[in-house]
Design a protein. Structure first.
Ligand code: ZN
Length: 220
């Protein structure tokens, strides 16, 4: 729907409930530059981990497109599931240009719950790219080396801001007793990740969607 015509259509877009579709209100992990916290990762990377638990589930990695002019407009690539994807179409258009930048290229992102320990503990969602330089890779190495990431406490420190942000992750020694996860409520990661139906993707990415700015600016 490139053109929104008439009050009926305009109202349908503007008055749409804020939590429509599969989207849920998410608390994102927000650390200041230089801040460090102690955290736990409830979601193992693999369901074959000895510490995997069905009730906590695994972390997810998804292919996403981002509008290069607006990093809040980020959604899952639907090419494989739906055979159609506005982000892939934009990427194809980039390919056709002489100066290829690959800004619409689908990129993999990791989403996990994170339990922040301390006096006032809370659960938030943390999302990262998966490049070899990313903090995700520390978790992946730990999981491959020891089989688990949920059986240790981690010191997590944020350095830098916006696109210069990086995270340091240092694991403690493994728990001697299984950690007690009782009462710790997690976000459903499949609902945290934003999936937009093809018919609404152009409006979403290019910004006619009235509620598109309510989430997800926050995963630097
Ligand atoms: Zn795509």
């Amino acid at each position: 729907m490139s053109f929104i015509k008439g009050l009926k259509e305009i109202n349908a877009v503007l008055d749409k409930p804020k939590q429509s579709g599969n989207y849920q209100k998410t608390k994102w992990l927000k650390l200041a530059d230089g801040e460090s916290v102690k955290v736990r990762f409830p979601n193992e990377l693999d369901d074959e981990s000895p510490n995997f638990d069905e009730s906590r589930g695994v972390a997810v990695v998804v292919a996403e497109h981002t509008n290069p002019k607006d990093y809040t407009k980020k959604a899952v690539c639907t090419q494989d599931d739906d055979g159609r994807c506005f982000g892939c179409e934009m990427h194809q258009r980039e390919n056709d240009k002489s100066e290829y930048k690959g800004q619409w290229r689908p990129k993999l992102r990791y989403y996990t719950n994170v339990f922040v320990e301390g006096d006032d503990p809370y659960v938030a969602v943390w999302s990262q790219g998966v490049s070899t330089k990313s903090a995700f890779n520390i978790l992946r190495e730990q999981a491959m080396e020891t089989g688990s990431i949920s059986n240790v406490s981690w010191k997590m420190k944020r350095n830098g801001e916006r696109t210069e942000t990086s995270y340091v992750l240092i694991p403690s020694a493994p728990d001697s007793e299984p950690y007690d996860w009782t009462g710790i409520e997690l976000f459903d990661l499949e609902k945290v990740v934003r999936t937009v139906p093809y018919a609404e993707q152009e409006a979403f990415y290019l910004g006619f969607d009235a509620d598109a700015t309510t989430s997800a600016s926050l995963d630097w």
